[in-house]
Design a protein around this ligand. Sequence first.
Ligand SMILES: C[S@@+](CC[C@H](N)C(=O)[O-])C[C@H]1O[C@@H](n2cnc3c(N)ncnc32)[C@H](O)[C@@H]1O
Length: 274
Amino acid sequence: MIRLAIRCRAELADRVLTDLLELVPGGVEEERGGAWVEYAIYGPPGEIPSLPELEAAAGDGLVEISTTEIPDDWADRWRDFHEPVSIAGGRIVVRPSWEDGAAVDDAVDIVIEPGQAFGTGAHATTRMCLELLLALADAGEASGPLADLGTGSGVLAIAAAKLGFAPVSGCDSEPAALEAAAANSAANGVELELHRVNLREQAPPCARALVANLTAPLLEATAARIAVPPRVLICSGLLASEAERVRAALARAGIEPVAERSRGEWGALLCRAR
Ligand SMILES: C[S@@+](CC[C@H](N)C(=O)[O-])C[C@H]1O[C@@H](n2cnc3c(N)ncnc32)[C@H](O)[C@@H]1O
């Protein structure tokens, strides 16, 4: 097993992470120093991205790339990095199967097996989507069909189904993500319709509610292909500095933001059809 560490400049780390996650949707380990952030990828030789791919992803944020062979306890190390994630004071808990269930009564308890696809619940962009889904549920709007664009591990689709949306579908361009979402939906006892869709080239599925935790360029491309504006759209994955571009693309699709959130450099929008 190889540990490949990409150390980058702290001020460019969010940008590097976005590009790395396109290469490694399974997620990365993160370690912070003073002026640097290190992202590490684990995998067998031949199944990890090549150095040129990583250098291109890190761009001018790159400090250094190093490779270490790690012994057989890697699975335990991987587990150490995945603790339960608590949203809105524990009203939603996303946890790996080896951690105990939610402590708060009536909490939405979501079990996600980490490591196969993006979406352990820990990333700021995922957390903001979960908070906004909860806000819709609190407003009595968690019903009817919902489509999760770029479903990854299926975490948002599973949360939506547990909050009351139905039917819930998820799409992703990565077969590994769809496999992970199928396994996770079964582990959570919810039904998801899963489709392989490349949102760079294909229209997103139609639904009255959409949730899309994607990068800003992909959000823009997706907005351009929305035929019928959804009643409600949650989008995340944009850097705060990219919000204007995404707003403009949404406006062209007849969709307008009605609330926004930010965490660190990341932004999320709750939008409605105009
Ligand atoms: C940031 S992750 C979001 C995962 C999960 N929904 C969450 O919120 O944690 C983005 C997902 O979009 C998928 N994706 C990337 N490019 C895509 C494309 N062109 N078409 C469809 N899905 C894509 C990735 O495979 C990844 O699973």
